[in-house]
Design a protein around this ligand. Structure first.
Ligand SMILES: Nc1ncnc2c1ncn2[C@@H]1O[C@H](COP(=O)(O)OP(=O)(O)OP(=O)(O)O)[C@@H](O)[C@H]1O
Ligand SMILES: [Mg+2]
Length: 233
């Protein structure tokens, strides 16, 4: 990890949707954002301000309409979709508000699944998945299906899954939104640990200002723009 390295480097990102011409809807109005390796950054802002839209672009799930985006020094605007998928799978782990676990497979299976893209034997996949379940203190529920887990347990499994390919970046969109305060606290502690002990760069979207204040830097989105605070954007 090198805190001098810009892992995410965006400039003038615009996102427009075309909802039947000539009405176009501009959602992001020119966002510039730099995130350094090992940072823990939160994004706050009102509903509809564009947080998830920005997160999807950061996570290579969606492309901006205009602007430049370098991920780890690579120009993503000049990268083919197929190659972006590979980069996404290797470098980025996602955690969502509603967990998005696959129903009829075990916790262990859910964590092992993203490893399928790599050249790893099934035995090694299962070993690695079990180790990740240990990291989130879920090894005793490895054989449970998602519907046999509590919300907090599901989210811990989802975090283990996000770690499956040892990504550099974890993107979490309202990961505590569906959890009570205590369970959300536990999930937040896991993020802190992954950041501090494993050097993961974490971008967290949250409506919870107390949780945001625990992170190294808060970005506030207002109507498709990032507000300038403390000289940072
Ligand atoms: N595919 C789409 N087509 C048209 N408009 C869209 C599309 N996706 C999102 N939007 C619009 O973009 C705006 C920003 O949405 P976004 O989901 O990024 O907000 P958000 O900040 O994540 O809100 P929340 O806190 O409620 O999750 C909203 O007005 C939404 O209606
Ligand atoms: Mg959202």
């Amino acid at each position: 990890m090198n805190r001098e390295v810009k892992i995410i480097d965006m400039a003038n990102i615009v996102k427009r949707y075309y909802i039947g011409q000539p009405n176009e809807l501009e959602i992001l109005h020119g966002i510039s954002l730099e995130i350094f390796e090992g940072e823990f950054v939160s994004i706050v802002g009102a509903s509809g301000s564009g947080k998830s839209t920005l997160m999807n672009i950061i996570g290579l799930l969606d492309r901006p309409t205009e602007g430049s985006y370098y991920l780890n020094g690579q120009d993503t605007m000049e990268t083919k979709d197929k190659d972006l998928s590979k980069i996404r799978n290797k470098k980025i782990g996602f955690v969502f508000q509603n967990f998005n676990l696959i129903p009829r497979i075990s916790a262990l299976g859910n964590v092992a699944l993203p490893m399928m893209y790599g050249k790893v034997s099934s035995k090694e996949r299962n070993e690695r998945a079990m180790n990740l379940l240990k990291v989130v203190d879920m090894e005793d529920r490895a054989s449970h299906n998602p519907n046999e887990l509590s919300g907090g347990q599901k989210q811990r499994v989802a975090i283990a899954r996000a770690m499956a390919n040892d990504p550099d970046i974890i993107l979490a969109d309202e990961p505590t939104g569906a959890l009570d305060t205590k369970t959300g606290r536990n999930v937040m502690d896991i993020f802190h640990r992954l950041n501090e002990e494993r050097g993961k760069t974490i971008v967290l979207i949250t409506h919870n200002t107390e949780l945001a204040e625990e992170t190294g830097r808060i970005l506030t989105m207002t109507d498709g723009r990032i507000e300038v605070a403390n000289g940072n954007t």
